[in-house]
Design a protein around this ligand. Sequence first.
Ligand SMILES: NC(=O)c1ccc[n+]([C@@H]2O[C@H](COP(=O)([O-])OP(=O)(O)OC[C@H]3O[C@@H](n4cnc5c(N)ncnc54)[C@H](OP(=O)(O)O)[C@@H]3O)[C@@H](O)[C@H]2O)c1
Length: 252
Amino acid sequence: MDLKLRGKRALVTGSSRGIGRAIALSLADLKVDVAINYLRNRTRAEETASEIRARGVCALVLKGNVANPDHVSRLFDRIDEEWGGLEILVSNAASGVLKPASELTLKHFDWAMHINAAALLPLIQNFEGLSSQGEKSLVAVSSLGAIRAIPNYTAVGASKAALESMVRHLAAEYASEGIRINAVSAGTVDTDALLHFPNRESLLEEARNRTPVGRLLVPQDVANTVIYLCTPFASMIHGQTLVVDGGYSILA
Ligand SMILES: NC(=O)c1ccc[n+]([C@@H]2O[C@H](COP(=O)([O-])OP(=O)(O)OC[C@H]3O[C@@H](n4cnc5c(N)ncnc54)[C@H](OP(=O)(O)O)[C@@H]3O)[C@@H](O)[C@H]2O)c1
């Protein structure tokens, strides 16, 4: 099936590994050029870029903290210099301090809010400024913690709730500029991110036992959902959060 993405150009934030990497590789499979963004681990970013080039499309490797507006401007300047435009932006990078609320400081809270929610502002503002061939699509990656209480997830959950609200507000504002904005909310995926959870084992066990479909999500499940929202088949979907969790969140 032709998903009509061939020849488009994408930036995926936080795509050196984990879910972002799966999204980047899936876009490359559909003949989309992909800019990989990372924060610290250049080796992983270069490995992902090599896998993208092996699929016959272009890859850029761009270091930068999405929570720093100067870094974000530099990412987009570089994309403009190299490619002259961008059609797809996936806001996937995230971070956060995982602690019980009794141990969280406002610094921890601000950290999660900046990287996971506020960063969407400089990202959309720069994205708007770049030229494109046809419609632009932005997909933000959220999590079930935006609407459910998960142990140790207070700061990140609040930041994801803010992210989903921003997606609705930005979608309403930018639709007339030809930018379609949505979110994908994923259930638990066993990536490096889970190594930071003090309750990793119980989270995974609970997800395995409670997911109606009978298996854990993998990064590709999230990537497939993101890809759908980037395609013209989703052209009338604006400001929505699409849940991909094997049915986990429908249970009482
Ligand atoms: N894993 C889950 O269970 C799960 C569930 C639902 C939603 N999600 C969401 O899915 C997305 C990806 O999660 P993941 O599990 O794949 O994470 P991950 O394996 O920890 O990977 C995080 C990626 O983000 C980059 N990154 C971190 N902070 C950054 C910053 N400030 N600026 C730019 N890049 C940054 C990292 O780069 P370096 O390698 O250089 O550090 C890495 O490429 C996140 O939005 C997360 O909230 C995850």
